[in-house]
Design a protein around this ligand. Sequence first.
Ligand SMILES: [Zn+2]
Length: 376
Amino acid sequence: MRFLQADYLFPLHSPPIKKGVLQVDKFGFIIGLYTPDQLSNIKIEYFPGIICPGFINSHCHLELSHMHNYIAKDTGLINFIKKIKERNSFSSSEIQDAIRKSENQMIKNGIVGVGDICNTLDTLKLKSKSKLRYYNFIEVFEVFKNKVDFTLSQAIKIRDTFKSYDLSANITPHSTYSVLPELMKKIYSIQEGVNSVLSIHNQETKEENQLFKFKKGGLFRWLSSINASKDIWENYSCSKEKIEKTDTIRHLLVHNTFSVKNDLMDVYYCTCPKANLYIENKLPNYSIFNIEKLCIGTDSLASNDSLSILEELLVVQNNSDFDLNSLLKIACRNGAECLGFENLGTFKIGKNPGVNLITNIDKMKITSKSFIKVIA
Ligand SMILES: [Zn+2]
């Protein structure tokens, strides 16, 4: 049994505790939370800094890790998507090596759960033995009518293989502009169970808004040039019209860089600030989001130089009014709630969420010198 104390303890299901003490058993399960005056004659381990639960990386593409430094910065989403198609021009050992190193980086950076986008089975081997919790989003996109059934059947095969290894997996649409309405309908019709989550790239570029609203812009021109079906945009005036809200499916809309207040629904949103800066050199307007439902992710190493939630938080902090408790909810609790990681996200008694120490906090602000250490 260990008693861990820091300058502030952030349980996240209850308010922060000054000089709070966290009791954990040898497996990391939370046994108790105390104010310092509640304990005497007990060996307490004190750490300068703050203590919070393990982080949830709500949006990642682990299988793209080998594309680190491959795509130039600030060249826009359409260019990025075109370059990502070169993902297969690497050897399988390069791909596997990069996946392994990236997961190690996430573990070192205090990440305990991941919402991971998969187009392949490349990460299966690692995940089948991993100590991290993964929600695997098997992503589909298809803009040609005659290919819809084939594309979906391939994705179902990948989903079922993940499931046969006892890993959670669900089919999800890539975005509203890359999926035909009939495919979208089919994806909704095969959602099963109470833990069904869809992760959809949303309003990552202004060209997505232009496509639906005005039927013009770079995305419109590109989709038209490859003879994509007009059904994708013709009868819609914005992205959210393509999303079916139901009571049983949770939605996680990712990026939202070009969203305005009017676009938002009562769903979970995920921000990936460093990837937004990398691809479009633009950040979302953080004042529009409900902080109880905002999550955070690193996206892949194809559009980031690290997989660190702490670094992402620093960018959000510097571009929003969020206080430290809100930032940590975004980093831990909200993602765990959205992805159904019921054991993670807060220091509620009985959970096993991991324990992160963050040092070099200045007046309750994360700084560029802040450092993360996993302490339980
Ligand atoms: Zn993504």
